[in-house]
Design a protein around this ligand. Structure first.
Ligand code: NDP
Length: 281
């Protein structure tokens, strides 16, 4: 039976340390959270991030815009936040409603305030390995592995999913830690043949039960990044959890695995942004 990689418990430790650092620095880091429209999932995420900020001694300021506010007004808000000295981090909750150019919005954020690390400049630094802002979800995974003494060096890591925010940066961070990395996606012909090779399997797709027990090598470490709503209305990942837990050596639960780690790294990034602004980084 696999050991559970308890992201919720470790994220609480990371946030506690972040709170201590904030107190020690004597700074009040600040995060602007921009939400466009009233998507219920986005609202849950934004509320969660505001709660994390409060726990860590970070000031959060929410900007709620109507779904039809338009690209131009959104961009001018980003510009205003870029220019405000009392705002260290800017987070625009994605996905934006239909009709918005997300890439243009991300590109408009000052890279020094881009605590999600989505801006091209920060993505380039992630490729290079010498980054200031970590990609929150992939780095959360790496920290959770490290906390449990799991070293990717020399292992075969298979990442399922190739998005710019999860799959690709995940593969890069694994590569920086000397894993041999494969990336699978919707055009991978025989997904099971690929995933069965994985010592570390990262699922980041968004399809419940995509990864079944027969697709997992016995003893593999299984990381489930996805957050889906199952037919029963409950949160679930991409991994058929109970049968896979019988085969794997370690596994992340959903909820309580990668999600809380993502949020904890966002808090760390916001403190880094504040330190940079104060010349303390
Ligand atoms: P995207 O939809 O951007 O990417 C999904 C990826 O999965 C694509 O690369 C796609 O391939 C691939 N894919 C789709 N179907 C299959 C298939 N049948 N077999 C193999 N690969 C497939 O999603 P994100 O990367 O943004 O998010 C992935 C999941 O992670 C979602 O459930 C999301 O909610 C969750 N998430 C969780 C976070 C957390 O904190 N835990 C943070 C961010 C996301 P192709 O490129 O060919 O289309």
């Amino acid at each position: 039976m696999a050991v559970i990689l308890d992201g919720k418990a470790f994220a609480a430790i990371v946030k506690e340390k972040t709170k201590d650092e904030v107190a020690r620095l004597g700074l009040t880091p600040s995060l602007a959270v921009v939400i466009v429209g009233d998507d219920p999932a986005s609202r849950v995420y934004v509320n969660g991030k505001k709660k994390d900020c409060a726990e860590c001694g970070i000031r959060s300021e929410e900007f709620t815009l109507a779904a039809d506010v338009g690209q131009e007004k959104l961009l001018s808000l980003v510009e205003e936040l870029n220019n405000r000295d009392d705002i260290n981090g800017i987070l625009v909750q994605l996905p934006l409603p239909k009709g918005y150019d997300e890439q243009a919005v991300i590109a408009a954020i000052n890279p020094n305030k881009d605590v999600d690390a989505f801006h091209m400049e920060n993505i380039g630094r992630i490729m290079d390995g010498n980054f200031t802002f970590a990609p929150c979800t992939p780095y959360g995974v790496m920290r959770l592995l490290e906390h449990h003494g799991i070293d990717p060096a020399g292992k075969h890591c298979v990442v399922v999913g190739r998005s710019n925010i999860v799959g690709k940066p995940m593969a890069m961070l694994m590569l920086h830690k000397h894993a041999t990395v494969s990336i699978a996606h919707s055009r991978t012909p025989d997904l099971g043949a690929m995933t069965r090779q994985a010592d570390i399997l990262v699922a980041a797709v968004g399809k419940p039960n995509l990864i079944t027990a027969d697709m997992v090598k016995p003893g593999a470490v299984v990381i489930d990044v996805a957050i889906n709503r199952g037919d029963d209305g409950k949160l679930c990942g991409d991994v058929d959890y109970a049968p896979v837990a019988e085969v794997a050596s370690y596994i992340t639960p959903v909820p309580g695995g990668v999600g809380p780690m993502t949020r904890a790294i966002l808090m760390e990034n916001t403190v880094i942004a504040a330190k940079k602004a104060a010349g303390k980084f």
